[in-house]
Design a protein around this ligand. Structure first.
Ligand code: IFM
Length: 773
């Protein structure tokens, strides 16, 4: 049996299935099968322990910094999933005995993870086991676990030890002070943890109940305290054919929670959380799961993207992406945003990158606009951190951090791990030099506004973000007498293999975009006379700023296509040498080129880690002709290793723009296999959040051909060869459109009859309630 995520599975492609247990794949499956609800993220480690397993439970936004030498990160809270199960004194483990049947499945439709096993121990006793687990979408604090065990051959004495284990660390870093542990009312186990530096209190409670053939057995055992953990120990004898059911309901609360009134410290949380668990325990696992399923159903009704195709994997991939997009997003709280690995692993320490605004935000903007607004509010809430960073580096306005956590301060580590051979550490420059994030955020805020017309957002929050980003870029420009233009020196563009470069095309165009947008926004705000706007005009002295911006905006150096239509990635890129990249491109392992070349050597070659000019062709999509897009795509793709998960989807979208449907589809499939493909270690540190957004972008913006040209909706659909039909909902300027696309027909419907202008395949139409072309 193949141990890989399979596309051809039950229930019409809603299942990600692991068909046999292989320790080598543990990390991958823990991540791709992870559960969550945007508040909690629970990595899917098995209940019974295995070497190499990583148990992770993250609560969004609860960052902590262990000490001055460490970086702020999302702490790994106490584990609730671990279970030690013995049958007639023999421990249950897939490493021992015989596994006669095995299947573990994540149902993307319902958010439930299940595992069915028939296992034979060393004495040839057989047991059938079914595990179920969910993180509730209906109640963000709730985690449910259920195990059904049927001895198939002999009577069995079964012992079960499970509880709350606070010995978890982030790869050895313990972020918590040990707190009280105790049992309330002889049923509720409780463990308290407080983060070391940020002083966030976590209160975690669990209740374990046992049933034989659905009749409750009153805790046949007791409780035990161990260092940093508390357990319930049960021992029970059952006959062959009878079913022992273990149900464990747990909740997690922290002193950062906003739904229970902020400022509730641990004492308050203890009471509140126990009341919550006692209320929850009036129900059984199945009913609580049903409540959560109902919320998932609502989600899918809105978010559903349907692909009729001969390759069922494509449909599965987009559902997989949409599943993860929801569980990674703290849509409940505008103080937080999305980490580069969502809430599925320790990778990138839970930090927020441009991934959110450029790769993920469009999904929410067009599917759940309110969530997109919440994500942008995070950047508004952290603007003071960005202002401080600008000040610290001698610039003005807001300079957003390359890696962000709670405060908006720069969180990028300054040094990479020490090279064990040379004893030297490599400097990480992205926190200091990768500035384009400050344009990406302004770009995202403006695009959100254009596609939602959310004036309230722009008035209250968005305009301040955009004006402060523009002010940063203004202060970042330098006049070049030689070129008679404003330059941007010494940056890292999206291609992180090339550091300290001048006039990175992506950065310059996006900086110009930001300043030009600020001018447009200023004129709009004045014209609309937004209530808060005059306050911003005065506070940021916008009249004076606008005079300055108007004086520079047409003189910012924007690298132009050369005689062969190639836009130089930066001032020196075209003069560098080339090498054959095939073996690095083919390698499953990432960044293998750095094993053969130093960073400096790579920087002196025409070698790209990820889309850079191609990224520009995507973000400013309507600014470049198909001819220029094709020339640059072909030139730069040959030189790109795609060592970042952000690269493939964008290459697919741009290929569509110049009608290369074969490449568009090939890159879509490459993006879809970043986490779901056969590579056993692809997702050990967590899933690739930006790639999840990228998969949706490749489908809707790529094959669906959706784009936004300064507030006008453009549709240029091009289905790939194997697809017969694509349909999805798309929110546009306050209305929900439904699009159905086949190779010969486009049908757009909406509920209202108010006219909406849009461009389809280059022609202008007015959509009333239906338009079929
Ligand atoms: O933001 C990305 C970056 O572009 C490439 N390295 C990984 C980061 C986080 O996903």
């Amino acid at each position: 049996m193949l141990n890989e995520a399979s596309g051809k599975s039950q229930e019409q492609n809603w299942m990600i299935e692991e068909t046999c247990f292989n320790e080598r794949y543990q990390g991958k499956y823990e991540s791709i099968l992870a559960l969550g609800n945007g508040y909690l993220g629970l990595r899917s480690a098995m209940e019974e322990p295995y070497i190499g397993q990583t148990r992770n439970l993250f609560v969004a936004g609860t960052y902590d910094k262990f000490d001055a030498t460490e970086v702020t990160e999302l702490p790994n809270a106490a584990d609730l999933t671990e279970m030690f199960i013995h049958f007639n004194d023999e421990p249950f483990s897939l490493k021992n005995g015989k596994v006669l049947e095995y299947s573990r499945k994540l149902n993307l439709k319902t958010g439930e993870l299940t595992r069915s096993i028939v296992w034979e121990n060393s004495r040839s006793e057989r047991y059938q086991m079914t595990f179920g687990r969910f993180v509730s979408l209906d109640d963000r604090h709730l985690i449910g676990i259920k195990v059904d065990i049927v001895p198939l051959t002999v009577p069995a004495e079964i012992t079960v030890k499970t509880g709350i284990n606070g010995r978890q660390t982030n790869s050895g870093v313990q972020h918590f002070h040990d707190g009280d542990k105790r049992v309330y009312e002889d049923r509720y186990m409780q463990l308290i943890q407080t983060t070391i530096e940020s002083n966030i209190g976590f209160v975690i409670n669990s209740r374990v109940r046992l049933y034989i053939d659905n009749k409750e057995v009153v805790n046949p055992g007791g409780y035990s305290l161990e260092r940093r953990s508390i357990y319930q120990n049960s021992k029970i004898s059952i006959d062959p054919g009878a079913t022992l059911t273990i149900e464990k309901l747990s909740n997690v609360f922290t002193s950062l929670d906003s739904d229970i009134g902020t400022g509730l410290r641990v004492e308050g949380l203890i009471k509140h959380s126990l009341e919550h668990l006692s209320e929850v325990c009036k129900m059984r696992y199945d009913s609580l799961l049903a409540n959560s399923k109902a919320k998932w159903q609502k989600y899918w009704e809105e978010a559903r993207v349907e692909i009729q195709t001969s390759d069922a994997f494509d449909q599965l991939a987009v559902r997989f992406a949409q599943y993860h997009l929801l569980i990674m997003t703290p849509f409940h709280d505008e103080r937080f945003s999305i980490g580069a690995k969502g809430l599925t692993g320790e990778g990138y320490k839970g930090h927020v990158f441009w991934d959110t605004e450029i790769f993920i935000l469009p999904y929410f903007q067009h599917t759940f606009p309110a969530i997109a607004r919440t994500l942008l509010r995070y950047r508004f809430n952290t603007i003071d951190g960005a202002r401080n960073k600008a000040h610290q580096f001698g610039y003005k306005g807001a300079m957003y951090p390359w890696e962000s956590a709670l405060s908006g301060a720069e969180e990028t580590p300054e040094w990479a791990a020490i090279n064990i051979m040379t004893g030297k550490a490599t400097r990480i420059w992205s926190g200091i030099k990768e500035h384009h994030v400050t344009a990406d955020i302004a770009y995202a805020a403006w695009n959100y506004y254009l596609s939602t017309v959310d004036e309230d957002f722009m008035n209250e929050f968005g305009s301040e973000i955009i004006f402060e980003c523009a002010e940063f870029w203004y202060s970042r420009l330098e006049w070049s007498e030689a070129k008679k233009a404003y330059h941007i020196h010494d940056v890292i563009g999206p291609d992180e293999y090339t550091e300290h470069i001048d006039n990175n095309a992506y950065t310059n165009y996006m900086a110009e975009f930001t300043i030009r947008t600020a001018i447009q926004l200023y004129e709009l705000g004045i014209r609309k006379n937004w209530s808060h706007f005059q306050h911003i005009v005065n506070q940021l002295r916008l009249e004076e700023r606008m005079a300055r911006y108007r004086g520079v905006v047409d003189r910012i150096y924007l690298p132009q296509p050369d005689a062969d239509d190639i836009i130089p990635q930066d001032d020196t890129f075209m003069s560098k040498g080339c090498i054959n990249l095939e073996k690095y491109k083919r390698s499953d392992e990432k960044q293998t080129i750095l094993k053969e070349y130093t960073r400096e050597q790579v920087g002196d070659l025409q070698v790209l880690k990820q889309a850079d000019v191609v990224m520009l062709l995507y973000v400013l999509r309507n600014r470049f002709s198909p001819k220029v897009k094709q020339a640059n795509w072909e030139y730069y793709e040959e030189r790109t290793i795609h060592d970042s998960s952000l690269s493939a989807a964008v290459h697919g979208i741009v290929a569509n723009d110049f009608n290369c449907s074969e490449a568009a589809y090939r890159f879509f499939q490459k993006a879809a296999r970043i986490d779901l493909g056969p590579n056993p270690v692809s997702s050990n540190d967590g899933i690739h959040a930006a790639s999840m957004g990228g998969i949706w972008l490749a489908v809707v913006m790529g094959f669906g051909g959706v784009s936004n040209d300064n507030g006008t909706l453009h549709l240029e659909p091009k289905l790939p060869e194997p697809w017969e039909r694509l349909s999805f909902n798309l929110w546009w300027q306050g209305e929900k459109l439904h699009l159905e696309i086949t190779k010969t027909r486009i049908k757009i419907t909406k509920a209202s009859v108010t006219g909406m202008d849009l461009i389809v395949k280059g022609n202008r139409y007015t959509l009333l309630s239906e338009l079929t072309l």
